[in-house]
Write a protein that binds this ligand. Structure first.
Ligand SMILES: [Zn+2]
Length: 188
């Protein structure tokens, strides 16, 4: 089922997600609906806040495209098709020693708006799957960046908060317009 994606500056985007404690069929179904919604919107990641739920759940899928990155899931390197699309429940990121990289990010809650964001390259993320089984994923490159962006959402942090002042200032007008549009839609 496709879920409506909320846009900036809907208040739910600023809410920290509650920890998930029940791993039932409803959670698996929600993760599936979020994956379907992400694919339909042609995104590579989606967080629960973006479909109006402040809980610790996000999904990612980087099978499309030819991105270079490293990964190790639970100490092995399974083919991407075996573990993506990936749903991460209660993810916790540890930044690993690495260089910072810059990349022009977009966000499904900010249609048409893109801007450079600096982030560390390598992370380790501990999470549970929808069945409650714990996993550890170490990764770099766009996979790492995508997970950092989504886990920020789960904590009420948006990519515009991570931009340096100059990049953020250049986006000020479209960001204000989007917030206005979202406010007006909410009144209808
Ligand atoms: Zn986003």
């Amino acid at each position: 089922m496709l879920l409506p994606i909320v846009h900036y500056n809907h208040p739910v985007l600023r809410k920290k997600g509650a920890k998930i404690t029940v791993f039932d069929a409803a959670l698996a179904e929600l993760a599936n609906d979020m994956i379907e919604t992400m694919h339909h919107a042609e995104g590579i990641g989606l967080a629960a806040q973006q479909i109006g739920r402040a809980i610790q759940l996000c999904v990612v899928d980087l099978r499309e495209g030819k991105w270079e990155y490293e990964w190790e899931l639970d100490g092995a390197k399974p083919p991407l098709d075996l573990y993506m699309p990936l749903a991460l429940v209660n993810p916790a990121i540890t930044i690993l020693p690495s260089d910072e990289t810059v990349y022009e990010e977009g966000c499904l809650s900010f249609p048409q708006i893109r801007g450079d964001v600096v982030r560390p390259d390598a992370i380790s993320v501990a999470f549970k799957d929808v069945f409650g089984t714990p996993h550890v994923l170490q990764c770099t490159g766009l996979l790492s960046r995508c997970i950092q962006h989504e886990v920020d959402h789960l904590n009420g942090v948006l990519f515009i908060d991570r931009m340096d002042k100059k990049v953020r200032a250049e986006l000020d007008k479209p960001v204000r317009l989007l917030a206005k549009e979202t406010r007006e839609k909410a009144k209808l």
